[in-house]
Design a protein around this ligand. Structure first.
Ligand code: ATP
Length: 431
C-alpha cells in the first residue's frame, strides 16, 4: 500500500476541497475532535444511514426504531457504570505537560511529542458534563450520552408496552454520541462528537451463541452493502481480560486504516446486564413468567464507516498526462448519482435540452448535479473525484435523434442512449 500518511493527506484534502468534510470551527482555528460535514458528506452519510435503516429496520419484522434524547437522567449513567468506569488512562508528560492516553503512546511511558518520561496514569472520565436548568449545583449535572445504547435500554418497557413484541426482537437507533477523547486523531476516526448506529437485540439466554454468529454474518453483509473492502477487515476476538464489564464475548471488526489496524465496529454479547441494572423485565409468553432477556449488540460507528468507505473507494489511475483520481463508490452510496452537462454552455439549444433532461432526472433521483464548467474532460475528472457513477452529455446529435452519451466512472467507457431510456437505465443499475 501507498505510504500511509500520504494517502490520509490525499483523502483529507479531497474531502475538504470537494465539500465532503471540513475541520470544525475552522475559521476560529478549529476545535480539536470536531468535523463538519459539507453538502457531499451529508449526502454520503444520509445514504449510509438510509441503507442501514432499510437493512436492519424496514426490511425486518422484529425491529423497532428509537430516537432518544441526547441528554439523559444522570441515574442512567450511574446504573450503567459509566460514571465510575467509563474512563481512559491519562498520562501527562513531565516536561512539556502534553497529555496522552497511556495505552496509545508509541512507547510506553515516553512522551510522543518530546521524548521525556510521562507521569503516573490516572483515570479520566470521558463523559461530557453539562448543567440543566438555572441551578448550577451538582444536582443539575447531566451527561451528554457517550453511546446510543442506553437510550434504547431505558425505552425497553415502552417498546414492549406499545408493540408487544415476541422474543427475539430488537431496537435500533442512529444518533450522536459524545466522548471527551484525550487525544482525538486520525481525521474522523477518533473524534469527540460522532454518530453511532446501534442495535440491541433481545434474546433468550440459551440462544446467545447462535444469535451472536447470526449478527456477525449480518455485519459482514452490511460491509458489502456499503462497499467496505473486506480484504482489509479482520475479526478480533477480544481477550477475556479486555472485555468491557458488561460483556461476556466481544468481536471487534478491525479495518486496515492507513494509520494502522483499528476498530471499525464491535459486536458484543452484553448478557442481561443492562436490563438488570435498570430493573426491567419481560413477561415470557411461553410460560407466562417474568424473565430478563439477554442482549446481542452490533455497534456501528457512522463516521468510521464514512472513512472506511472513502478509503475503500479511493483509486488512482496513471494516465499519459496526469493521474486520474476516482472514488469507486457504490451508486447507492455515492453523493451524486449522475451529472448532466450540455456539451457547450454557450449554445442555448444544447443548454435548453440539457435542462429538460436534468429536470427529469433530478425529479426522479434527487442527487443529480448540473455541471457546465470547463471542458468535458475536466468535468469528468471533477465527477470522478467525488465518485459520481455516471456523466450524461447532451450534444448536437441529441437535438436530432434524442440520444445522449452516458459515461461510466470506473471504465471511462461511453454509450449512447435515448433520453427516454435514461431513468430506466440508471434505476436498473441502482438495483
Ligand atoms: P475505541 O477502542 O476505538 O475507543 P470503543 O471500543 O471505545 O472504541 P465502542 O464503545 O465499542 O468503541 O463504540 C462503538 C463504535 O462507536 C465503535 O466501534 C466506533 O465505530 C464508534 N466510536 C467509538 N468511539 C469513537 C470516536 N471517538 N470517534 C468516532 N467513532 C467512535
Amino acid at each position: 500500500m501507498e505510504k500511509d500518511s500520504v494517502l490520509m493527506e490525499k483523502i483529507i484534502s479531497l474531502a475538504k476541497r470537494r465539500g465532503f468534510i471540513y475541520q470544525g470551527s475552522d475559521i476560529y482555528g478549529g476545535l480539536a475532535g470536531t468535523w463538519d460535514y459539507g453538502h457531499l458528506g451529508v449526502a454520503l452519510k444520509n445514504n449510509i444511514k438510509g441503507l442501514w435503516w432499510k437493512k436492519f429496520v424496514d426490511d425486518r419484522r422484529d425491529m423497532y426504531g428509537i430516537d432518544a434524547a441526547i441528554l439523559m437522567h444522570p441515574g442512567v449513567w450511574k446504573a450503567s457504570g459509566h460514571v465510575d468506569t467509563f474512563t481512559d488512562p491519562l498520562v501527562e508528560c513531565t516536561k512539556c505537560k502534553k497529555r496522552f492516553r497511556a495505552d496509545q503512546l508509541e512507547k510506553a511511558g515516553i512522551c510522543d511529542s518530546c521524548g521525556a518520561p510521562t507521569g503516573e496514569a490516572r483515570n479520566f472520565n470521558m463523559m461530557f458534563q453539562t448543567q440543566v436548568g438555572a441551578v448550577e449545583d451538582s444536582s443539575a449535572t447531566v451527561y451528554l450520552r457517550p453511546e446510543t445504547a442506553q437510550g434504547m435500554f431505558v425505552n425497553f418497557k415502552n417498546v414492549v408496552d406499545s408493540f408487544h413484541p415476541k422474543l427475539p426482537f430488537g431496537t435500533a437507533q442512529i444518533g450522536k454520541a459524545f466522548r471527551n477523547e484525550i487525544t482525538p486523531r486520525d481525521f474522523i476516526f477518533r473524534v469527540r462528537e460522532f454518530e453511532q448506529m446501534e442495535i440491541e437485540y433481545f434474546i433468550r439466554e440459551n440462544d446467545w451463541e447462535k444469535q451472536f454468529e447470526y449478527w456477525k454474518d449480518e455485519m459482514i453483509e452490511w460491509m458489502d452493502i456499503v462497499g467496505i473492502d473486506q480484504s482489509k477487515v479482520h475479526e478480533l476476538e477480544v481477550e477475556k481480560e479486555d472485555l468491557a464489564h458488561y460483556s461476556r464475548r466481544t468481536v471487534d471488526f478491525e479495518f486496515d486504516f492507513p494509520f494502522g489496524r483499528k476498530e471499525l465496529y464491535g459486536l458484543a454479547y452484553r448478557t442481561n446486564f443492562d436490563l438488570n441494572i435498570h430493573k426491567l423485565e419481560y413477561v415470557d409468553e411461553e410460560n407466562a413468567s417474568k424473565m430478563t432477556p439477554h442482549v446481542i449488540e452490533p455497534s456501528f460507528g457512522l463516521d468510521r464507516t464514512v472513512l472506511a468507505v472513502l478509503l475503500s473507494a479511493y483509486n488512482e489511475e496513471e494516465k499519459e498526462e496526469d493521474t486520474r483520481v476516482f472514488l469507486k463508490l457504490k451508486p447507492s452510496v455515492a453523493p451524486v448519482i449522475c451529472a448532466v452537462s450540455p456539451l457547450l454552455k454557450n449554445k442555448p439549444e444544447l443548454v435548453g435540452k440539457a435542462e429538460e433532461i436534468f429536470g427529469t432526472l433530478k425529479k426522479e433521483f434527487g442527487r443529480v448535479m448540473w455541471d457546465d464548467n470547463g471542458n468535458i474532460g475536466k468535468r469528468y475528472r471533477r465527477q470522478d473525484e467525488i465518485g459520481t457513477p455516471w456523466c450524461i452529455v447532451i450534444d448536437f446529435d441529441t437535438l436530432t435523434d434524442n440520444t445522449v452519451t452516458i459515461r461510466d466512472r470506473d471504465t471511462g467507457s461511453q454509450i449512447r442512449l435515448k433520453d427516454s431510456e435514461l431513468v430506466g437505465y440508471i434505476k436498473d443499475k441502482l438495483n
